[in-house]
Design a protein around this ligand. Structure first.
Ligand code: FAD
Length: 288
C-alpha cells in the first residue's frame, strides 16, 4: 500500500494520515488499525468547510478509495446495470440510454458540471446530509447497494439505506450500486429547491408509471429528502386502471396522498404542499 502523509504531526499539529489501498483486504486492514479513518471518494463533501466554503478541514485519517479498481467498474446484464461506488456523476451522464431516465435526470441536477467531474455516486449516497439528490430515483427504481466489511458482504435496498438512521455499520464500505433495467413509460423528476439549506435542495421526487395495453400495471411515487415518503396504498389503488386515468380515480389517488402526507412526520407544511403539487402535476399528465 502507498504510504501516508503526516505533515501536521511534524509541526506539532493533529496527526494526519492518508492511505491509498489498492485492494479491499488492504483497506480493511488499515481500517482495523485506524478505526476512525474516513473513506474519501471525490472529496467534494469531505473537503468543504463551513457554509459551503472550501477550507479543506479533512479528518485526521483518510482512506482514499481512488486506487481500488473494482469500485470504478460499470457493468450491465439484461436485467440490471451495476455501478462501482467510485463512478463519477458526470460519467453516468455519458453512459447513454441504458441508464434509466429518472436516474440521469436526478444526477444531472446535482451541483455543477465541475463538481460532478469529481463527485462519485458512492459519495452522494453516503454523504451525511439526508436525502442526497440521487436517492428518490434510486429508491423508485428499486436499486440495491452492496456493503462490504472485512468479514462479509451484504445487499441492502436503496429504500432501507435511505430510511435508517445509519444503515451502514461502522467500517462498512459501499462497493456497488445495482439498478434494475425496467421499461418505464412515464417518468417525472422534481427537485425542490430550498435556498435556506446546504446545496439548496429540500429533497426530490420521482414518479414512474408503466402500462400494458393501456392498463396501468405499475405506479411509483417517491419523495426523498429529510425523510423518505412513499404511499404504497395509493399506488395499489391505481394499479389495473385504464389509461388515460378517469378523473375520479385521479382525484382519489391525490386524496390518498394528502391523507398520507398529513400523518407523515418530516417535511414542513410548505414542502408538503409542494409535494402534493408535484403529485397532482404527474397525475394530471396521466389523466384524460
Ligand atoms: C458546492 C457544493 C454543491 C453540492 N451540491 C449538491 C447537490 O446539488 N446535491 C447533492 O446531493 N449533493 C450536493 N453536494 C454534496 C456532495 O458534494 C455530493 O453529494 C457528492 O456526490 C459527494 O461525492 P464525493 O465523491 O465527493 O464524496 P466524498 O466527499 O468523498 O464523501 C462524502 C461522504 O461519503 C463517505 N463515502 C464516500 N464514498 C463512500 C463509500 N464508498 N462507502 C462508504 N462511505 C463513503 C465519505 O466518508 C463522506 O462521509 C454539494 C457539495 C458542494 C460542496
Amino acid at each position: 500500500m502507498d504510504g501516508g502523509y503526516n505533515g501536521d504531526a511534524a509541526q506539532g499539529g493533529p496527526h494526519k494520515q492518508v492511505f491509498f489501498p489498492r485492494t479491499l483486504p488492504e483497506l480493511f486492514t488499515v481500517w482495523k488499525r485506524f478505526p476512525d479513518a474516513v473513506p474519501y471518494a471525490g472529496g467534494t463533501d469531505l473537503g468543504k468547510g463551513q457554509e459551503r466554503k472550501y477550507s479543506l478541514e479533512l479528518p485526521a485519517a483518510i482512506l482514499s478509495l481512488n486506487f481500488l479498481e473494482e469500485l470504478h467498474h460499470f457493468t450491465r446484464t439484461e436485467r440490471y446495470i451495476e455501478l462501482g461506488s467510485m463512478v463519477k456523476l458526470n460519467d453516468i451522464l455519458t453512459m447513454g440510454k441504458i441508464v434509466p431516465h429518472a436516474f440521469t435526470q436526478a444526477v444531472a441536477r446535482i451541483a455543477s458540471v465541475e463538481l460532478r467531474n469529481l463527485a462519485t455516486l458512492g459519495g452522494n449516497i453516503c454523504h451525511p446530509v439526508k436525502g442526497p439528490d440521487a436517492s428518490a430515483a434510486l429508491i423508485a427504481l428499486d436499486a440495491r447497494y452492496e456493503l462490504r466489511s472485512a468479514q462479509a458482504s451484504r445487499w441492502i435496498s436503496a429504500s432501507r439505506f435511505a430510511s435508517g438512521p445509519s444503515a451502514a455499520n461502522p467500517q462498512e464500505l459501499l462497493v456497488r450500486i445495482r439498478i434494475p433495467l425496467e421499461q418505464w413509460d412515464y417518468t417525472r423528476y422534481t427537485r425542490f429547491e430550498d435556498r435556506s439549506l446546504a446545496y439548496a435542495s429540500g429533497g426530490s421526487m420521482v414518479v414512474l408509471a408503466r402500462s400494458q395495453k393501456n392498463i396501468l400495471t405499475d405506479l411509483r411515487a417517491v419523495f426523498a429528502g429529510e425523510s423518505v415518503l412513499r404511499d404504497k396504498n395509493s399506488e395499489t389503488a391505481l394499479a389495473g386502471k385504464r389509461l388515460p386515468l378517469d378523473r375520479r380515480d385521479a382525484a382519489h389517488f391525490i386524496d390518498l396522498w394528502k391523507t398520507y402526507l398529513s400523518a407523515a412526520e418530516g417535511p414542513d407544511p410548505f414542502l408538503k404542499a409542494r409535494i402534493v403539487h408535484g403529485i397532482e402535476a404527474s397525475i394530471r399528465e396521466l389523466t384524460d
